[in-house]
Design a protein around this ligand. Structure first.
Ligand SMILES: [Zn+2]
Ligand SMILES: [Zn+2]
Length: 116
């Protein structure tokens, strides 16, 4: 939970495990434990599972403001974007009503751009 709360975007179970191991907090923690606590977090309504690409589930805290994501094609990390797109309704055909929307930006993050 802590790691996800301070993360720059939604994380997958393996990313979480890597992050925990980096900070020494993950000593002895296995991927099964991560999956279990993520599942519990979703059941308790503390976490939301987001599937930005098919087959790749990432998790984020459920109390975040409305936001969208940036998916880096270099490192495959997902980043939170602040705010939203204005005037999306302009895209609607006459007579249509929008009830929800998703926006996903693809590209390379700053680190991957520097790395070339
Ligand atoms: Zn990247
Ligand atoms: Zn939006």
């Amino acid at each position: 939970m802590e790691v996800l709360a301070s993360s720059t975007g939604p994380m997958s179970a393996t990313e979480l495990l890597d992050e925990l191991r980096k900070g020494q907090r993950g000593a002895g923690i296995g991927i099964a434990t991560i999956y279990r606590s993520l599942k519990r977090g979703v059941e308790h309504g503390e976490l939301i599972a987001v599937e930005l690409e098919s087959g790749a589930v990432r998790y984020e805290p459920s109390d975040l403001e409305h936001h969208h994501h940036f998916l880096c094609t270099g490192c495959s990390r997902a980043f939170d974007l602040e705010g939203c797109v204005k005037n999306l309704e302009q895209l609607l055909p006459t007579g249509f009503e929008m009830t929800r929307h998703e926006v996903l930006l693809h590209g390379r993050c700053a680190e991957c751009r520097i790395a070339g």
